[in-house]
Design a protein around this ligand. Structure first.
Ligand code: URA
Length: 245
C-alpha cells in the first residue's frame, strides 16, 4: 500500500496533509525517514512512525452511517443508483465495506458498515436474534390489536410468518401513527409487510438502533463515524449471547 494512503486511511490527515508531513520528513519506515509519498509499505510487517508515533494499521473497520433516502445499502440493486459505500470518503475508502443488514432504498438510519465478515454474520444471522429498532410513520392508525398481533407473530403471506416482535405506539390520530418496531429477524421489507398485514401502510421508516447501539443523532444523512470500542463490544456481546460471533 502507498505510504500516503496508509497514513490517510489511518486518519492522520487528508491525502494532501499526509503528503506534506511525508515531504517534511515526519515519517519513517523501518527506522529510515521516507519522503516519497508513493513508497510501498506492507502495513502488516513494516514499522511506520509518524511524528514520533507508531502507526498501527487496522485490519478491520466498523462504521456507523446514517443512511440517507435514495441510496442503496449495498450495490446489487438498480444500476446507476448510488450505494452507501460510495459515500465513504478517502479516510476509509480503501476498505471493502459491506453493510451488516440492509435497509430499503427509501429507508433511512443506522447502517453498520464493516469489512469483518464474522461480525456481519453475528448481526444478521436469524439464529442470533440481535434486536433492531425502527421508527415508523404509518398511514392508518395502529392500535392495541396491532400491538397484540405483532407480539403473537404475524402471518405476512403463505411463505412467511414473522416471529414475535414488539410494536410500541408513540402517537395516533388523524388517520396516522408513529411507532417503534423491534425485530429480531430481518426479512425483505419485513416491517412494511407486517404493517401492511395489519391493514396500514408505512410512509416513513428509520432504523434507530441495532443490538443496543443507538444511531448517533449528530450524524446527518450520509455522514458516518467509526463505532467506538464500547459499541463494537456491545454488538459482539449481543450476538454472542445468542450464538457464536
Ligand atoms: N423493514 C422494512 O420494511 N424496510 C427496511 O428498510 C427495514 C426493515
Amino acid at each position: 500500500m502507498r505510504l500516503d494512503r496508509l497514513l490517510a486511511n489511518m486518519g492522520l490527515g487528508s491525502r494532501r496533509e499526509v503528503r506534506k508531513m511525508i515531504a517534511g520528513g515526519a515519517v519513517s519506515v523501518n527506522g529510515a525517514t521516507e519522503r516519497d509519498p508513493g513508497f510501498e509499505v506492507d502495513p502488516d510487517s513494516d514499522s511506520v512512525v509518524c511524528g514520533g508515533r507508531p502507526v498501527r494499521y487496522k485490519k478491520f473497520v466498523y462504521l456507523m452511517m446514517n443512511k440517507p433516502k435514495g441510496v442503496l445499502s449495498c450495490g446489487d440493486g438498480a444500476p446507476g443508483v448510488p450505494e452507501c459505500a460510495d459515500l465513504v470518503g478517502d479516510d476509509f475508502g480503501f476498505y471493502e465495506l459491506s453493510p451488516a443488514g440492509r435497509l430499503d432504498v427509501d429507508s433511512e438510519g443506522l447502517l453498520i458498515l464493516t469489512n469483518d465478515g464474522d461480525f456481519i454474520h453475528g448481526i444478521i444471522s436469524p439464529n442470533k436474534k440481535v434486536g433492531k429498532v425502527y421508527y415508523i410513520k404509518t398511514d392508518g392508525e395502529l392500535g392495541p390489536g396491532d400491538v397484540e398481533a405483532f407480539r403473537n407473530g404475524i402471518k405476512v403471506d403463505e411463505d412467511f410468518t414473522a416471529k414475535s416482535a414488539e410494536l410500541k405506539i408513540l402517537s395516533r390520530g388523524g388517520g396516522v401513527s408513529e411507532a417503534l418496531v423491534t425485530l429480531k429477524e430481518g426479512k425483505y421489507h419485513q416491517v412494511k409487510r407486517m404493517v401492511k398485514a395489519c391493514g396500514k401502510t408505512v410512509t416513513y421508516l428509520k432504523r434507530i438502533a441495532v443490538g443496543g447501539v443507538i444511531l448517533d443523532e449528530r450524524l446527518r444523512p450520509g455522514e458516518y463515524r467509526e463505532l467506538t470500542p464500547e459499541e463494537i463490544e456491545k454488538l459482539r456481546k449481543c450476538a454472542g449471547e445468542t450464538g457464536k460471533l
